[in-house]
Design a binder for this molecule. Structure first.
Ligand code: ADP
Length: 481
């Protein structure tokens, strides 16, 4: 067991009095390590050091920021196998998924290395003679980054990298369940050439220091990914703090995948398997509502059920595992509760939803498929965040679209069809931030904007060049000579 017990504050590793054990969900006897749990005072020190570092960092050479971010990206990519293994060990996604996520994180750092050289402004002629207007983007200040457990390195990467590229200082708070990836990423950042105080890791527990970042006048902005309930609390705190904070919230999804009669059946089944069950269904873009038209319904359900039964659920690090365990006991209990709720509501549990015994003690659940569901059921309205999907039968495309949009969420939505007419109509009329045609609802590119509508997101988009909106603020300067 590695014994790691530190925050990273003002360029130094600072031990915490409290530590948290990091447990492998594929094997609860495997303790990955003990990791810092920051106190209020440590979180305040981190904020102070970021605040002190901001004036110099925000005016630093873009070349410096480029080189530093590129160093980080390069090292992540070189160490993808090792970091992927660590990630899968602590989060439970398969090794292939873990390595792929690490690669994505490396690519994100490399992308934003380039972006730090491309911070462009604008110029206008004033309505007044001999006056010119310059519009510049400047760093926001100290940003608090709060991340969830389901993408332990990619989500931190897509917040930290743009924050630093555009000249902000960071106080990073990873999720309690995945401190090892956060720690490994911090080690890489620490030796990348980053100046003292620019980046700080303080894995505080909500019960200990939950409000510290949110209440601090020195924190200018908060970017959060997690549940709707927490997002709402964070939003309230950001608005009530003085000065009010800029905020960006990425929250849940209840993502529909429509399968029309004219879809390529095998292709639609693969989209559903990938979208609903890969990464154990623990993705905010997972397909949890499979909205299927009448004539293809039975063939789709039969084919999908067969594929689900074939999925190998086992220890995340086993070479032949196709689906790892659920992340922890709490999530496992919640999944089982939703399976009970679905049955009580009158949906039919067609496949799976059973606790599985494997060679090591872990949170193994067989992928579950409900059929005969309707869109009013709780299993069709609430985010479950597990390997559970529900098939909703509809008459035609028009009702499929209506059901797909009948949700408080709007993160991702997909359609499987060979009809250009329906594909185009869906792209235009879906109320989601991300629309997928003949693709799973999950699986996005790191250089394209990512985010949702309605209850799924609040604030500007993450990732790609769109991240500049959140991590900079615009200054309009008028000059006459
Ligand atoms: P999940 O269900 O994915 O764990 P949460 O929204 O509970 O989603 O957690 C996402 C992140 O937000 C985690 O890092 C968690 O510690 C943090 N968090 C949870 N509650 C609060 C809160 N009240 N204030 C600030 N951060 C919080």
């Amino acid at each position: 067991m590695q014994k790691i017990n530190s925050n990273f504050i003002a360029g130094a590793w600072v031990p915490s009095v409290d530590v948290l054990k990091n447990i492998n969900p594929s094997d609860t006897n495997d303790v990955i390590g003990e990791f810092a749990s920051a106190a209020v005072s440590e979180t305040e020190q981190a904020i102070d050091s970021a605040f002190a570092a901001f004036p110099a960092w925000s005016r630093s050479s873009p070349q410096l920021r480029h080189d530093m971010l590129k160093n980080v990206g390069d090292e992540i990519l070189v160490r993808k196998e090792e970091l992927g293994r660590l990630l899968s060990r602590e989060e439970g996604k398969t090794l292939a998924e873990g390595v792929a996520e690490v690669v994505r994180a490396g690519q994100i750092f490399q992308f934003y290395a380039g972006e730090s050289l491309r911070i462009a402004g604008d110029r206008l002629d004033s309505a007044r003679t001999n006056v010119e207007i310059e519009i510049a983007r400047e760093a926001v200040g100290v940003v608090g980054l709060i991340t969830p457990w389901n993408f332990p390195i990619a989500i931190p990467a897509w917040k930290i990298a743009p924050a630093l590229a555009y000249g902000n200082c960071v106080v990073f708070k990873p999720a309690e369940l995945v401190p090892a990836s956060a720690h490994a990423l911090t080690e890489i950042l620490a030796r990348s050439g980053i100046p003292e105080g620019v980046f700080n890791l303080v894995p505080w527990q909500v019960s200990v220091a939950g409000q510290t970042i949110l209440n601090s006048a020195k924190v200018a902005a908060v970017s959060f990914t997690g549940s709707v309930a927490t997002g709402r609390k964070i939003a309230q705190s950001c608005v009530l703090s003085s000065p009010m904070k800029k905020m960006q919230l990425e929250m849940g999804g209840k993502n529909p995948l429509i399968v029309l009669d004219d879809a390529d059946l095998d292709f639609a089944i693969e989209c559903a398997v990938n979208g609903a069950y890969f990464a154990t269904g623990q993705r905010c873009t997972a397909s949890s509502r499979l909205i299927v038209t009448e004539n293809i319904h039975d063939r789709f359900v039969a084919g999908l059920s067969e594929r689900i039964r074939e999925l190998v659920v086992d220890h995340a690090l086993k070479a032949d595992s196709q689906m790892g365990p659920v992340v922890d006991q709490k999530q496992f209990d919640q999944d089982n509760e939703y399976i009970r709720v679905g049955i009580d509501e009158g949906a039919k549990l067609s496949v799976g939803g059973e606790q599985l015994k494997r060679g090591t003690p872990g949170f193994y659940l067989s992928p579950a498929l409900f059929t005969e569901a309707n869109n009013d059921m709780r299993i069709a309205r609430e985010e479950i965040f597990g390997p559970i999907a529900a098939v909703i039968r509809v008459a035609d495309y028009e009702s499929a679209l209506q059901v797909a949009n009948d949700t408080e969420f709007g993160l991702s939505a997909g359609i499987c069809t060979t009809s250009l007419k329906y594909a185009q109509h869906f792209k235009r009329n879906s109320e989601a931030g991300t629309v997928m045609v003949n693709l799973p609802t999950a699986g996005t590119d790191y250089f394209a904007p990512f985010g949702g509508r309605k209850g799924s997101s609040y604030g500007s988009r993450e990732q790609g060049r769109y991240a500049v909106e959140f991590y900079t603020t615009v200054k309009t300067a008028y000059t006459t000579s």
